[in-house]
Design a protein around this ligand. Structure first.
Ligand SMILES: Nc1nc2c(ncn2[C@@H]2O[C@H](COP(=O)(O)OP(=O)(O)OP(=O)(O)O)[C@@H](O)[C@H]2O)c(=O)[nH]1
Ligand SMILES: [Mg+2]
Length: 316
């Protein structure tokens, strides 16, 4: 039903199924009770109050919860909806609306070279997600090259090379300790010249959003990229661990300020019951979630889809 309302075919895509499966923990937690609220109650103050409580407990965040409940309630009243089932559908629609990105993802737009910079705190899943993205775009027929911009540890370069081998794409690296901006510069040049790549994805070292010098380093990478290719980096993807809750908002604000962020990769959705935080992230930051990590393997990545996400969260 939700799908039909958004003009979608009834068949679920492979990505939709991954999203649904990775939300199992979240769905069987507090979100499982949201559906029950609508099945057991008539429309009225009690229902709205209980819904508010449930969403706050489910990590949707106070402000986002209040807005979501208010917009649902306003529509129920305006449209003179009488049945709780129909009100439930309106809640789902309001959630989808909240999650809908303002613009489509720009990675596949035709350009000389698309440059994607991947940033985030330590251990959030950057390098893993880059391997997964490489496979995804390779399978879509793009020529993908990876740049080992995490020069902080030798092991980080090796790790990216391993993901490059798995996805069967080339990795351009320099010695540990090299300037990450120089690595990016060289990789961009190489990608344009002999390799004629379509997409260059650059890894970066994990860093805390409040470390000024390290954030300056990202800004330098961005400047260097912009000099080489018009409007590069075209996407700056912030990788957030789905289980970090409220701290994810702080991380996003810090990175947004220092390096700019165009989209979010939300990892480890499979290993947390806190998937509800996605609603809050979009509302508070206005940054769209573009991909979700649904496991540790190469193929465990899904392009984020609001309808599939809401269905995964609440059931159909
Ligand atoms: N379950 C699960 N684990 C994930 C996912 N994405 C990443 N991981 C795990 O998270 C851990 C950290 O992943 P990395 O890719 O090394 O993270 P990173 O951000 O590159 O880390 P640093 O380079 O040290 O900052 C690894 O154990 C990954 O297997 C995911 O979507 N689901
Ligand atoms: Mg890494």
């Amino acid at each position: 039903m939700l799908r039909r309302l958004f003009g979608r075919q009834d068949e679920k895509s492979a990505d939709d199924l991954k999203i649904e499966a990775s939300l199992k923990k979240t769905r069987s937690g507090i979100f499982g009770q949201v559906g029950a609220l609508f099945h057991e109650n008539e429309i009225g103050d009690e229902l709205w109050e209980e819904l508010e409580e449930a969403l706050i407990v489910a990590d949707v965040g106070m402000e986002t919860t209040l807005e979501l409940v208010e917009s649902t309630r306003a529509r129920v009243e305006r449209e003179a909806v009488m049945r709780a089932d129909d009100a439930y559908l309106i809640l789902k629609q309001e959630m989808v609306k909240l999650l809908q990105p303002d613009e489509p993802l720009g990675i596949e737009e035709p350009r000389i070279l698309t440059v994607v910079l991947v940033v985030g705190v330590n251990g959030s899943g950057k390098t893993t997600s880059i391997g997964k993205l490489a496979l995804r775009y390779k399978q879509l027929g793009k020529r993908v090259v990876l740049a080992a911009g995490d020069t902080f540890r030798a092991a980080a370069i090796d790790q990216l090379k391993i993901w490059g081998e798995r996805a069967e794409v080339e990795v351009i690296a320099q010695a540990p300790g090299s300037d990450p901006a120089a690595v990016l510069f060289d990789a961009m040049r190489a990608s344009q010249e002999s390799r004629s790549a379509d997409i260059l994805i650059a890894d970066t070292a994990g860093r805390l959003q409040n470390k000024f010098n390290l954030m300056q380093e990202l800004e330098k990478m961005r400047r260097v990229a912009a000099k080489q290719v018009h409007r590069a980096p075209h996407e700056i993807l912030l990788v957030l661990d789905a289980s970090t809750g409220q701290n994810a908002i702080l991380q996003a604000k810090g990175f947004q300020k220092a390096s700019g962020v165009t989209g979010i990769v939300l990892t480890k959705l499979d290993s947390t019951a806190r998937g509800g935080a996605v609603l809050n992230i979009k509302k508070q930051l206005g940054i769209p979630v573009r991909f979700v990590g649904t496991g540790e393997k190469l193929e465990d990545l899904a392009e984020f889809d609001p309808v599939a996400f809401v269905e995964g969260l609440l059931g159909e």
